[in-house]
Design a protein around this ligand. Structure first.
Ligand SMILES: Nc1nc2c(c(=O)[nH]1)N[C@H]1C(S)=C(S)[C@@H](COP(=O)(O)OP(=O)(O)OC[C@H]3O[C@@H](n4cnc5c(N)ncnc54)[C@H](O)[C@@H]3O)O[C@H]1N2
Ligand code: MOO
Length: 906
């Protein structure tokens, strides 16, 4: 049984007067804090942990408590490791500040650290470090030196994951999931007859196929916003599990098996959509009545929304709906939806200990599970999170005609492109089978197609609805920016190629040139090998090929009967009786099966191996029982009511993925589907581009600290994955290079804020761009330090608009480029929502971006969510007059925030 731990969020708090360089102190570099971050983020000393907060405060009781309290009470971290301030000097107050805050002491942890440290040095007895629990966070004091803090962390690192799960009250869950499970249902008495008497199972589904519209309406009725005591939105806890006897967790897997891809994939789709509530993953639950009852009960005790995958179609082991209905007396609002893929999607509610629970039972086919998470679960979670845009569908022009529609409305994986201000959608040519995760590769949207009963075919250029599932990669800087002048001042240039010579450049070429310059001449891409599960958002460094076949054996696509069918010429409904001689359910070992002979059949379930001799599967709906055992429970013979076809409903070996097949290109941005694809063939690690480690240094002026703070926040909001450090203000710097030599050792990008006139002396090559009307001012350069290239960026003293513009036009695009991304700036054509009479000219204006009826609109001068920068042309531009008089004038906008409009995932 696989209980995937959620990531443990760690905060590192350095406490030191000297490490926060308000004076020009040569030892001011926080090597202890840096070292802990590296140990956790890069060397994985604590399993499944990541540093998400870092700060440095002076040895000041109130400041220490304030920072600890902020991280703990706002639930920003699960573990808070402080380093420093634990000694005997008068300024050392870390233990006192910690003791004043914690609600429970954890003396065992501090004692273990002390015992081990004393083995290394008797000086350890001079540490007064303590540990304890505040709210749901474990706080551990570590000593201040880099060496000692590393040694102490290594003493307790292996117990931290368990401690965290106990603190979060996951105790009961983890206990359950560490138990060895019994796969045989030995207590059949509680199992209803419809399940135990296979001969009596219904031949048709009891659930009508509901339309997508009605299903979404039902979900809408059940999406109720909930609030906390302080009137904040309460995000319900979500718990996910996969079901299936055939499933194996990736860590226990070997070749030729079916790995559980769905539970992780669904969790990552929620993560990609920035769902703010807690999300637990229970891993795999077996297709067994008692196990399902037990695990559902655990799930209801721990979460309000449950998402399952598998076990919802017509097979004898498809128990999910029966368990919920019979055992939990729940209400099934819909049990099938008229759609492809995802038809058996089910939505259930029930009261458990007086609390309402909402259950999404998704089909097991990985594509169906993924598509339905996007189409049903995300809109629901967005509603209960109070988001503005609930279902995101865009309008796009079809690039080619479509013939041969399915009888069900279909959601086909397709590619959405943005060109010259218009959205275009094209279908992919690959197989769209719902077991085939490869069908997601190269797609970024679901194209909504009508059923064949409504349209015979669809003409090219028809405007279609599409749902985005990934970012649109080919957004670019719109041509109008070409007409905007921006002066560029080259202060110093060395070792940089000659492509920037002009004193005055067009903004478009300027941004492009500058970015190329920075990336091609200055930055060396670095890579790392990371576990596939934690690779979300990273970019692949090299292409990936499969070393396995999927399916590894011929498998059934339907619940029904595997037969040996030969008599194509003389088939008649009356002469087709087959004796049921064996059973093949998902999880049956393919090499234990007997050969099926003429006149025989095997009862088979979706995903189960086809016995030797069988050459097609007839779905249960097209059969009838003709002979039963004397107790009426077992079917002995069936008849087939509809003419079968050779190889019908069979996936041949390797038909989804074959050995040696190219799966992903280099430079693919890894999202939930790509990760699921890699996991399905057992790919445990991948080589990706590493994110640079960034260090922000505010210099000289007091306002520089505020600038650095804003900058740090903006990079954090942008979901930047690399390590991000910042310093307190450094004043009166006399020898910058010497002072920060440790920083150059550790970090790849240094951002200096404030009036730092020595900048040009520090770097070997330097370019500065500046334009005051458009509020841009940024210097950048490079230095070679111990054979390593370090990039410098410099933002002088400026207001927050300058910071915003520089971050979105230069710094973030540059950082994205260094992590292997192709798309570095998203710009789109928008329509202005208003006439602007007193228009400020020739500037970038923050605005709100919206999508309505096929148009992207911008609202300028709003205090609402500012999610883009619009380019307001200069007075020389005739566009301006138009803008003053007319509404809906076209404006170019650079998307700055991952707004609810869902447009710029990266
Ligand atoms: N007689 C009929 N058979 C089927 C029907 C039908 O209407 N009549 N519907 C088909 C459709 S459509 C779908 S979709 C599937 C859904 O089946 P279940 O939800 O019951 O899912 P399972 O049978 O458990 O699994 C299906 C397939 O997917 C693989 N799988 C399941 N879970 C995972 C996972 N977590 N990770 C990776 N792969 C998974 C499983 O091995 C099967 O191959 O039913 C059709 N049958
Ligand atoms: O609806 Mo199922 O999801 O076709 O495969």
């Amino acid at each position: 049984m696989d209980f995937e731990k959620t990531t443990i969020r760690v905060g590192i708090l350095t406490i030191s007067d000297s490490r926060t360089p308000s004076t020009s102190d040569i030892n001011s570099f926080d090597s202890s804090g840096h070292n802990l971050i590296k140990l956790i983020n890069d060397s994985n000393v604590i399993k499944s942990a990541k540093v998400v907060q870092y700060d440095c405060v002076t040895d000041d009781f109130d400041k220490i408590q304030a920072k600890m309290s902020e991280w703990c009470s706002e639930r920003k971290v699960d573990v808070l490791l402080s380093t420093g301030g634990t000694g005997f000097s008068s300024r050392d107050v870390t233990p006192e500040a910690t003791l004043g805050l914690v609600q429970k002491l954890t003396p065992g942890i501090s004692q273990a650290i002390m015992n081990e440290s004393l083995k290394l040095t008797p000086m350890a007895m001079l540490s007064r470090a303590v540990s304890g629990i505040y709210e749901k966070t474990l706080i551990i004091n570590l000593p201040g030196s880099a060496k000692a803090s590393k040694e102490c962390l290594s003493v307790v690192a292996h117990t931290i994951p368990h401690a965290v799960s106990l603190i979060k009250d996951e105790k009961e869950i983890s206990k359950q999931f560490h138990k060895q499970l019994d796969f045989t249902a030995n207590n059949k008495s509680r199992v209803p007859e419809c399940v135990t008497k296979i001969a009596c199972r219904p031949r048709e589904s009891q659930f009508p196929k509901m339309s997508m519209k009605s299903a979404l309406n039902i979900l809408k009725e059940h999406a109720v916003l909930q609030y906390t005591e302080n009137n904040k939105i309460k995000y319900p806890a979500v718990l996910i599990f996969s079901t299936g006897d055939e499933l194996i967790s990736i860590k226990d897997s070997y070749g030729d098996c079916i790995r559980d891809t769905n539970s992780v994939m669904i969790k990552q789709i929620l993560e990609q959509d920035h769902y703010k509530g807690q999300v637990f993953n229970f891993g795999i639950v077996r297709d067994n009545w008692d196990d399902l009852c037990k695990h559902f009960e655990d799930a209801f005790n721990n979460a309000d929304i449950i998402i399952t995958s598998g076990g919802v179609s017509m097979g004898e082991k498809d128990l999910i709906k029966h368990v919920l209905k019979e055992h939990f007396k729940s209400k099934i609002h819909f049990g099938r939806v008229n759609m492809k893929p995802g038809m058996p999607t089910t939505f259930v509610t029930l009261f458990f200990k007086d609390t309402k629970k909402y259950i999404f039972c998704l089909p097991g086919n990985p594509v169906s599970a993924g598509v339905c998470t996007h189409l049903f679960v995300l809109p629901y979670l967005r509603s209960v999170s109070g988001k503005k845009i609930i279902i995101h569908s865009l309008k796009a022009k079809l690039t080619h005609p479509i013939n041969g529609l399915d009888i069900r409305p279909e959601y086909r994986r397709a590619l959405l492109k943005y060109e010259n201000g218009e959205l275009y959608v094209s279908c992919l040519t690959n197989h769209q089978q719902s077991s085939r995760l490869l069908s997601f590769v190269g797609s970024n949207c679901l194209l909504h197609l009508p059923p064949s009963s409504e349209e015979a075919n669809i003409e090219s250029s028809t405007i279609m609805d599409v749902t985005l599932i990934k970012s649109i990669e080919n957004t670019y800087i719109a041509p109008i920016l070409n007409e905007t002048n921006l002066s560029i001042e080259i202060i110093k240039k060395q070792g940089i190629s000659d492509n920037i010579k002009k004193e005055e450049l067009l903004l478009f070429s300027c941004i492009n040139d500058v970015l190329h310059l920075m990336t091609e001449n200055i930055f060396e891409a670095k890579t790392k090998n990371i576990p596939t599960d934690s690779a979300m958002g990273y970019v692949l460094y090299s292409p990936v090929y499969s070393s396995e076949n999927l399916p590894p054996f011929p498998a059934s696509i339907k619940d029904g009967y595997a037969i040996k069918y030969i008599n194509e010429d003389c088939w008649s409904p009356n002469s087709n009786i087959f004796n049921v001689v064996q059973v093949s359910v998902a999880g049956t070992a393919p090499d234990c099966q007997k050969e099926i002979k003429e006149g025989e059949c095997a009862r088979i379930s979706t995903g189960a191996p086809l016995p030797p001799g069988a050459n097609c599967v007839v779905q249960v709906e097209d059969t009838a029982v003709v002979s039963k055992s004397s107790d009426g429970k077992v079917e002995l013979a069936i008849s087939i009511l509809k003419e079968p076809k050779l190889f019908e409903n069979v996936r041949s070996i390797g038909s989804d993925i074959s050995v040696g097949q190219h799966l992903l290109d280099q430079k693919t941005v890894l999202g939930p589907f790509e990760i699921a694809l890699l996991r399905s063939v057992g790919c445990e690690n991948v080589q990706v581009y590493k994110c640079p480690s960034i260090h922000i240094i505010p210099c000289n002026d007091n306002s520089a600290y505020a600038i650095s703070h804003k900058l740090k926040n903006m990079l954090e909001v942008a979901d930047f994955k690399g390590n991000l450090f910042s310093q307190l203000l450094c004043k009166n710097i006399t020898n910058f290079s010497e002072l920060f030599k440790n920083v150059f050792d550790y970090d790849d990008v240094i951002i200096i804020c404030g009036s730092f006139f020595e900048f040009c002396d520090v770097v070997e090559s330097h370019i500065h761009i500046r334009n005051d009307t458009r509020k841009i001012s940024l210097g950048f350069g490079r230095m070679n330090h111990n054979e390593k290239n370090v990039v410098f960026l410099h933002i002088g003293i400026c207001d927050s608009d300058y910071i915003y513009n520089c971050v979105h036009l230069f710094i973030l695009p540059f950082l994205r480029f260094t992590t292997g991304r192709k798309k570095i700036i998203s710009s789109i054509k928008t329509k202005c929502n208003m006439t602007l009479h007193n228009l400020p000219l020739d500037k970038f204006e923050k605005a709100e971006l919206d999508y309505e009826n096929g148009d992207f609109n911008v609202t300028c001068f709003t205090m609402n969510r500012q999610s883009c920068l619009v380019n307001i042309p200069s007075s020389a531009d005739k566009m301006n007059n138009k803008l003053k008089e007319e509404k809906k004038t076209e404006l170019d906008a650079i998307v700055t925030e991952n707004s609810d409009s869902y447009f710029i995932y990266y």
